[in-house]
Structure formats: C-alpha cells, structure tokens
Design a protein around this ligand. Sequence first.
Ligand code: ARG
Length: 566
Amino acid sequence: MKNPFVSEIAAQVAPLTGLSPAEIEYALTVPPDAALGDYAFPCFLPAKTLRRKPADIAADLAAKFQPGALVTAARAEGPYANFFADRPAFARWILSRARAEGDRFGGSDEGVGKTVIVEFSSPNIAKHLGVHHIRSTMIGNALVKIYGALGYKVVSINFLGDWGTQFGILMAAFRKWGDATTLEGDAVSNLNALYVRYNAAAKEDPALRDEGRAWFKRLEDGDSEAVALWQQFRQISLAEFEKVYELLGVRFDVLSGESQYDRHMPQTIERLEKAGLARLDQGALIVDLSAQKMPPVLLRKSDGATLYDTRDVAAAEDRWNTYRFARMIYVVGGEQQLHFRQIFTVLGLMGYPWSKDCFHVHFGILRLGGEKMSGRQGKVVMLRDVLREAVERALKAVTEKNPALPNKEEIAAAVGIGAVVFNDLKRGRIKDVDFDWDAVLSFEGETGPYVQYAHARMCSILRKHGLPVADAPDWTLLREPEEFALLKALSVFNAAIRRAADANEPSVISQYLLDLCGRFSTYYHKHKVLGEDPALTAARIALVDAVRQTVANGLALLGMKAPEEM
Ligand code: ARG
C-alpha cells in the first residue's frame, strides 16, 4: 500500500542522502512518542557514505525540508530526522482508503502473477486428528489468507500420510479381526484399535509382520482387494477429517497424499541415479549427504519398498512442474526439520534452482495442562473433542454475559473455536503453546474473545449511532492524540501483513490486532464517540468504522469469525 506521506518524505530525503526513495521508505520508522514526530529517518544509514555525523545530517535534513500539504514539518532529534504529518490529511487518506477497500483493506497486489504453495495439516489416515494438528492446520490456513491478501495465487495442499507399510499392517489386522461393524460408528477409532492390537500381537509373533508387509506389497502391485480396502480406510478417514475442517472453516484446493506418488518413484529414482546422487548401501538405495553433514536420505529399502523421503522428492518435482511456484511452504512440526533440510538439499543437488524457494515452516509443540500432546508419545486428545468443548464453554460464557442474545449457538461456535485458534496463533510459531481452558476462553488479556469482543463493541456503537457512516466528515475534528494513534495503527496494517508473509508468521497479525484493540479501548474509555455535536460524532464514527473493518479483516486472516454481537 503506497503511503503518500512516506513517499513525500522519501522524495525529499533521497537527493540529500544519496539513498534511493525505496531505501528511505524502508528505513523510516515510527517514533514511539508521537510528540517527537510521525516518521523518523535514522541518519546513521547514510553517515558512512556521506562521511558526516548522523546528527549533522539530521540537522541538515530538517533545515532543508520544504513543508507541503501532507508533511508539514521536520525536526532533528539527535541522529534522527523526524517528520510531522498533517493530521486531517492523514485521517482523510487512511479512512477513505479503509472505507473504499472494505474487506480488502490492508491487502495489496504485490503478489499478483506469483504462485505460493502452502502445504499444511497433512494428517495420517486411519487415525483421528489430534489436538496437536491444530497447529499445522491453522498456521497453514492463516498463511493461505495472508498471501492471498497480498495478491498471490495460493494453492493449498493437504498431503495425507496415506501410504506405507503401516497400511499393510492395518489391512492384515482388519482381515484377521475386523468385520462390517468395524467400519460403522466411530470407524476411525475402531481401525486404530485393530492396528494397535496387531502391533502388540506382532511383538510375540513376527510372522504377523510379514503378513502386513505382504499386504502392503499387494497394495503397491495394485491388487484389487488391497486397493479396495485401502480406499475404504482412506475414505472413512477423510470423512472424519472433513468434519473437523468444517468446524474450523478450513478448505483445501488440492487433496493429495503420499499414495499419489507411488507411480512417480521409478522416474524420480532414475533422475537421482542419472545425476550421480543415488548409490547402493547394503542393498538399500541412498543419497549420501555426509558432505553436507547430514545423515543419508533413504530412497529405497533393500526389500524394494520406497520411503517417505522419496515420495517428498517426487511430490516436490511434480508441484514445480504443475505450478511453477514462487514459494513452496511446508507447515510441518519441528520434529521434521532434518527431513526437510535433507529433501531441500537433495533437490538442490538435483540441480533445481527452485529448491531455494522451498521453506519448512515449523512450529513448537502444544501442551495441554502442561503435557506434550503429540501423536506418538503423548496420549492423544482428539481435536474434535477439544473444539466441541470450546463451543460448550463459550456458550456458557456468552449466555452469562448476554442472556438476550438471539443466535447464541452460532456465536458460541465463533467464539469457542476462535479462542482455540487465537491461542494457537498469538505467539511466534516456533514457541511452544500452552493450552489452559480458562486462559484460552477469557474475555480479558491476549485472547481471541477479547479481540472479538472489541469488534462486537465497535459494531454496537455503530448500531447505536443508527446513521450511515459519512464518506467525508470534517477530518479536522479528529484532534485527540488517541485518535491519531489509531489512525497510525490503521496505516501500518498492510506492513503487518507483508511482514507476516515475509516471515511466514501469523502472530504478526495477532499481535497487531491486540495492539489495535488496546488502542481502541484506551480511546473509548477516554472519549465519547456518540456525543452532542453531530459533526464530531460523524468524524469519530468514521474512525470507529475503519477500526472495526480492520479488526474484522485481521480476524479473517487468522481464520476467525468476527461476530457483530456477543
Ligand atoms: N503425514 C506426516 C505426519 O503426520 C506429515 C507430512 C508432512 N508433509 C510432507 N510433505 N512431508 O507426520
């Protein structure tokens, strides 16, 4: 989003510093105290090339500054040159923009013509989504929306873990103990129970393992009975996943999975061999990465079975051939850091320049009541159960707060699920997340309900006002420092979205929203929006409406709803 105030400063500062206007726009900061100025240029930047002290450069910039309609004054403050914006002009600019752009406000078109692939969620079939799956699912979903807001064409992919010897074991188990009732009711749990039972039995009787392997071999060879069974397991799992995605409001453009790439294996392995990368090691085919100080990538086991690594190499090639992406993002937990480093290294060694555009966006673990919740070690808490409980608890809270609310169920769903999502996205993704029911659902503090409630309060002010929001109120009436602080916060929404995309970091948006809502609450406690003077009220209502729109847009980027009442 072009900021004409920043452009004007850059145009004046550029010729005096030898930096380009773009470099100056990038370097401009916002002083913490608005009394010092609205934008600050740090003069250490050109000090070296100009061979002058930063403070002298700052003084010079201030002295030579030509006041204009947008930027009215400049002042030196130590090594900084500080600039002052014309406040009514600033209000007119940002509020008209928010109004004209509506639910697109904050976005831009810098990504137009470029494709970003976001692979996320990617659960394994024949198991329920565990509560820990919320992390990949909602970080990925937010990245899809964040890149989308910047104009990128985004392709969201769910890459199911739906291939491998474990499904041979599942088939063997089903053939041994399963029947039609296994596939009724909670079929996913039934299947998982058979799988666990079979693995336990195989510890006593290794022949069971061979039986499992034989079933997977049949599947790989396209045996119709094996394929039919596998397809049934996959369908049942998908239907279960779909229910949870629906609750979360998550959709995928492409439903893919490891099974898709079985048939690509021979060609991928051939390319690796031709490139001189694959070699035999005790009967297994590997890519040696000792020069890169990593363990080898296992391409094919001695029994001929291909592996997770190989399927990822094949999938990456296929995605490049299909989409010619500018970036490909894998939203997968931190345990797989080595795996992705290996895969990206192999792609680089294969000569694919796009390997440098592949990113593993990893994240910390989720702790429920202090315990690690992962599929493998921890006990599995199902995501659907957590979401249901969140909605129930939110219904209680909402009913207490506002008993007269007409559509309580709908609002409880938005608040309960939103609370879980916000809790997941509020801190830097690398950090572990603590999940504590009371903290998650509180209406105070850094929570989803707090942000949603601030939004609902703005909606209620607008409802009480009852008149349409004016397009061009008297901007000179927005004179309070708290009003200007809000206007400035609105003006950096686009920058926040860009930073979120640059770092693949949805928490930039959640933190932005907390800051914006905090500023709003300060303003609202201090000043009356709906007052006696209709002109002043009209100007303030325009401001409130723009803040409301911005909060709603930010919540949408996080994959949350913004109820108008709560
Ligand atoms: N299904 C895997 C798991 O649950 C995650 C897949 C991640 N994506 C990938 N392209 N390897 O651990």
